[in-house]
Design a protein around this ligand. Structure first.
Ligand SMILES: Nc1ncnc2c1ncn2[C@@H]1O[C@H](COP(=O)(O)OP(=O)(O)O)[C@@H](O)[C@H]1O
Ligand SMILES: O=C(O)[C@H](O)[C@@H](O)[C@H](O)[C@H](O)COP(=O)(O)O
Length: 234
């Protein structure tokens, strides 16, 4: 049964001390595709005038880490790997092929939101976060970053990497040394609520990228979309 969090749980988590932030500095080699394949447009004004939090979302294997590292390199934003923020109990469950439920995810989502805000407070130009953010209410938790940010208020953008079951299973199976096994993809797909019409056309903070193409092509698509949205806000 899906459990709903007590408000007290959310509050407690919000004021909890974040773990040592596993924020990578930009520049990892795996990000070469996004950062190099597309020429850099003049984005400086947008980045200077705004706080941006880019959340790269989708089920395991859709390419979140690959895309996020590329974005971090391209814009010089801090990189927060969502996997690094799970409590040990969540990692244990996932390693045993037990799907996470809502109660397991609330504190994780709040930690990610707060880690992004902390990075901005410490002076990051922007932040890229990987987070499956499978349900609309999970994305709503991250959306509240704007309310907690100081001046200028953070712009939260979701980059949803869209892939079908077959493709996700293949990519997770090919991935080495990760606690998420391919069977977990099926439970993630049961939970998945793709961005809906409200999010796309009213809130307008979601971009959907079809990732059924090569890594280089995904990098190109993501770079175009994110360049545009950062320029729109310049
Ligand atoms: N567009 C792509 N085409 C083929 N393989 C990809 C693509 N994007 C990522 N991969 C590979 O798929 C696996 C999962 O990618 P990863 O970035 O770890 O996804 P996630 O962080 O969403 O779980 C990795 O082995 C990665 O190298
Ligand atoms: O890249 C992945 O393999 C997944 O994103 C995974 O590492 C992540 O930690 C879980 O997705 C969190 O759990 P849920 O997605 O079930 O919320």
């Amino acid at each position: 049964m899906i459990q709903t969090p007590e408000p007290a749980q959310i509050k407690a988590a919000h004021y909890a001390t974040a773990p040592t932030p596993p924020i990578s500095s930009p520049g990892s080699p795996s990000s070469a595709a996004i950062s190099n394949n597309t020429s850099r447009p003049p984005l400086a004004m947008s980045i200077i005038n705004h706080h941006h939090i880019l959340i790269v979302t989708g089920p395991a294997g859709c390419g979140k880490s690959t895309v996020a590292k590329g974005l971090s390199d391209r814009y010089g934003f801090d990189y927060i790997e969502g996997d690094d923020y799970h409590p040990e109990s969540n990692v244990q469950k996932m390693s045993e092929n037990i799907p996470l439920n809502d109660a397991d995810r609330w504190d994780w989502l709040i930690l990610l939101r707060d880690a992004a805000l902390e990075a901005l407070k410490r002076g990051a130009k922007g932040v890229v976060v990987t987070c499956s953010a499978l349900k609309k209410k999970y994305r709503d938790v991250i959306r509240t970053a704007r309310l907690y940010d100081e001046n200028p208020n953070a712009n939260v953008h979701f980059i949803y990497l869209q892939a079908n079951q077959e493709l996700l299973l293949a990519r997770v199976a090919a991935r080495q040394n990760h606690y998420m096994k391919d069977s977990m993809v099926l439970s993630q797909l049961q939970d998945l609520e793709e961005p809906d019409d409200d999010e796309i056309n009213k809130i307008k903070d979601v971009k959907i990228i079809d990732v059924s193409v090569t890594q280089e092509q995904v990098a190109q698509r993501v770079a175009e979309v994110v360049d545009n949205l950062l320029n729109e806000l310049a």
